[in-house]
Design a protein around this ligand. Structure first.
Ligand code: GSH
Length: 207
């Protein structure tokens, strides 16, 4: 059985893999590591980072690799190589915007963190959501998904928009998404997508 491991808080890096497996009703174990135990445990993991996935006694790392694997298993990836490229770009976009905001999340000094956050908001927030909006504009299909069918791309973009509009990121105005009506309506349509919003993982993440 697949075992997914992350820290003991909800984050997109692990949620997208869980949502894929949950969607396809593939059983999996979910292991959560408490931050204070991390230093003792990190040497057991291939890149000394989380998330990781364990399968048949082997451990695999990196969000993109793990979630792609889970999406393929769950029928939420694309066989067509050009459509797969769209999904991969959404994943890489999610990584990029995360790296950019992470500077202000990781900074322990509050003044420096605030400055870094302001810099992110000024230089990156609209710019990087604009990139996603463009990709969606070019790719979106009649059913509002990034590709013809519901996929890992939709799950990932939805999960990142949820994060950025959650109000949990200090100084990031939840209303920034109003500048992107197309993404806002995409987000709503995924929220309203019955097969997705009935999942226990969805409920856990959104409540
Ligand atoms: N390249 C990795 C990055 C993962 C990452 O940055 N993980 C963070 C948590 S979100 C982590 O493990 N931090 C602990 C550490 O670096 O010691 C991936 O794609 O999953």
């Amino acid at each position: 059985m697949i075992k997914l491991t992350y820290f003991d808080f909800d984050f997109w890096r692990i949620d997208i893999a869980r949502l894929c497996l949950g969607y396809a009703k593939i059983p999996y174990k979910y292991n959560r590591i408490v931050r204070k135990d991390w230093d003792k445990k990190k040497n057991f993991f291939p890149f000394q980072q989380l998330p990781v996935m364990e399968l048949n006694g082997k451990i695999y790392g990196h969000t993109h690799s793990i979630s792609r694997f889970c999406a393929i298993k769950s029928g939420l990836y694309e066989n067509d190589e050009l459509k797969a490229l769209i999904i991969d770009q959404v994943l890489d976009w999610a990584n990029e915007i995360t790296f950019r905001i992470a500077l202000s999340i990781r900074e322990k000094n509050q003044d420096k963190a605030k400055k870094l956050r302001q810099r992110f908001i000024k230089n990156d927030l609209n710019k990087w959501f604009g990139f996603l909006d463009n990709l969606y504009k070019k790719s979106a299909t009649k059913n509002n998904f990034f590709t013809e069918k519901f996929s890992l791309a939709d799950i990932t973009a939805w999960r990142i928009i949820l994060w950025f509009t959650s109000g949990k990121l200090f100084d990031v105005p939840e209303e920034f998404i109003q500048d992107f009506p197309r993404l806002k309506s995409f987000y709503k349509s995924i929220n309203d997508y019955d097969k997705f919003n009935k999942l226990s993982e969805f409920k856990e993440i959104t409540t």
